[in-house]
Design a protein around this ligand. Structure first.
Ligand SMILES: Cc1ncc(COP(=O)(O)O)c(C=O)c1O
Length: 498
């Protein structure tokens, strides 16, 4: 009896007690033990090859939590009162569905799952050479400092700061820290009611589009540009207008004149990485005032600009109140935390806040409080300083490796950016390269989905380096260079049909 416990495969790297407890809870929910005693702690310890003490601690904690009861000289049993708990029973079977189900494709007003977007392989971490953009090496996350802040935030006396439903309010500590420690370094001064905490830039964009876009509202987007930005505005009813770029970023003038909103990435144009010079920034602001449009400035990676003092954000030199500024901690700390911020006119912020309340009220308060402490304790600044150095090294290695191994390509390299935008020889098809590269453990991103047109160029790739270990960069680029050479030798038609 109870041999099923033998099936617990205890995994390295996870607490033994945690794993044993999880399995016992599962078995209890499936009524495995019935009224029988659980194996004695000695027997269980032998079965699982763990110390008896470990098992005793698990059993005792489960007695405390009402799952088990201890009967003197008989052992541990499932608490019979659990039988009366309707919430404990698991539903094991699903009803058979008949033909009369809703026709979902018919009901959908749009099909976001069909929007073309960068193929972000969820398994990126298992590639030998992950040149993926937007992820970070796990070893670079400041886990001890984050854990420390999380511990302080979860201190008994602080618990009320984050278990409350704030309805539509943000953690005032986080707003203060973002204003003082992050926005100020971008030259931006804002009061509390001009800042909204969001779940990342993506979320800021969606909130803005939900409130501002719609049929007849003209929204200009850079081309190539952030694909999800186009999708978000399309989803919210506007047809995004692709805008042309040159070696200084967004081109001003006529193409912007009849826009209502212009979305722009001046720090590092996404994805070409070029930085918009200060003169053009000033002209852009002037044109916004003259032609009555609003700029949505996506400052997605400026915070870790490791090359030099970044140019001031558009928002910081905006005298006409024409800029909505959005940023996040995704590139500087981690994309998984989902912490972003939006700075705008206070009336607009009030409406966005009310809209946010309708959707999810506020970003998780525990995350906000931990982030606030993390910044206030100076951990954020020291992390950003350390990462600047790491990324600068990696950027140099990338640049040297690209010159050595991908000399047949046009390399767009902006010091201080997190990726390289690469034009392959004309007839090398990026999606074919991506497929072939993956077979050799190299993860690269095909640039075609970043262009607005159907007939987008098919010979661009993007190489990020925040996720790949420094010592892998050169070898990965060497393999990639070989592949590009091989594909270049195919005739153009072979390449297209490969
Ligand atoms: C240009 C651009 N905007 C927005 C985002 C979304 O960022 P976040 O993680 O802050 O939502 C990204 C993510 O890579 C991005 O590259």
């Amino acid at each position: 009896m109870n041999d099923c416990m033998m099936n617990i495969e205890l995994q390295a790297g996870r607490g033994l007690q945690q794993q044993i407890r999880e399995k016992l809870v599962e078995l209890i929910q499936h009524d495995y033990f019935g009224t029988r005693a659980l194996p004695s702690s000695r027997k269980m310890a032998q079965l699982l090859k763990v110390s008896r003490n470990t098992v005793v601690l698990v059993y005792e904690s489960m007695v405390d939590d009402g799952y088990l009861i201890a009967r003197e000289r008989s052992g541990f049993f499932v608490n019979p009162e659990l039988d009366q708990e309707p919430t404990l029973k698991l539903v094991q079977t699903r009803p058979h569905l008949d033909q009369n189900q809703p026709n979902w494709p018919h009901r959908l007003r749009s099909a976001p799952a069909s929007f073309s977007t960068l193929n972000k392989d969820k398994d990126w971490i298992n590639y030998a050479y992950p040149f993926i953009y937007g992820q970070i090496e796990p070893s670079h996350f400041p886990i001890y400092q984050w854990r420390e802040c999380s511990r302080i935030a979860q201190n008994r006396n602080s618990v009320h700061h984050w278990i409350e439903d704030y309805v539509d309010v943000d953690d005032p500590e986080l707003v203060t820290q973002i204003r003082q420690q992050i926005l100020s370094k971008r030259g931006i001064t804002a009061s509390n009611d001009e800042v909204l905490i969001t779940m990342g830039t993506q979320n800021s964009l969606y909130l803005l589009a939900s409130l501002l876009a719609g049929q007849g509202v003209k929204v200009g987007v850079e081309n190539p540009g952030y694909a999800d930005l186009r999708h978000i505005f399309t989803q919210c009813g506007s047809k995004p207008e692709p805008l042309e770029l040159d070696e200084q970023g967004l081109i001003l003038g006529q193409q912007l004149s009849d826009c209502d909103y212009v979305c722009v990435t001046p720090s590092h144009q996404y994805p070409t990485t070029v930085t918009m010079p200060i003169e053009r920034r000033k002209q852009l602001l002037e044109q916004a005032a003259t032609d009555d449009f609003v700029l949505i400035e996506d400052d997605y990676e400026s915070e870790v600009n490791f090359h030099e003092q970044p140019l001031p954000a558009l928002k910081s030199i905006d005298q006409h109140g024409r800029v909505i500024y959005i940023g996040s901690l995704s590139k500087s700390l981690s994309p998984g935390l989902r912490i972003g911020y939006l700075v705008a006119n206070k009336q607009l912020i009030a409406e966005l806040r009310a809209l946010r309340r309708l959707i999810y009220r506020h970003p998780p308060a525990n995350n906000q409080r931990t982030a606030a402490l993390f910044i206030a304790q100076g951990y954020y600044d020291s992390h950003v300083r350390r990462m600047r150095h790491v990324y600068e090294q990696k950027w140099l290695l990338m640049q040297q490796g690209l010159q050595r191994h991908l000399h047949q390509c046009v390399i767009n390299a902006t010091p201080g950016s997190f990726c390289f935008w690469i034009e392959l020889p004309k007839h090398v098809c990026s999606s074919e390269l991506v497929t072939q590269a993956a077979k050799q453990g190299i993860l690269v991103e095909s640039g075609d989905t970043l262009f607005a047109e159907q007939q987008a160029p098919k010979n661009y790739i993007r190489l990020g380096f925040s996720a790949i270990a420094e010592e892998k960069i050169n070898a990965g680029l060497a393999l990639l260079g070989n592949l590009v050479s091989q594909l270049s030798q195919h005739s153009p038609s072979e390449a297209l049909h490969a």
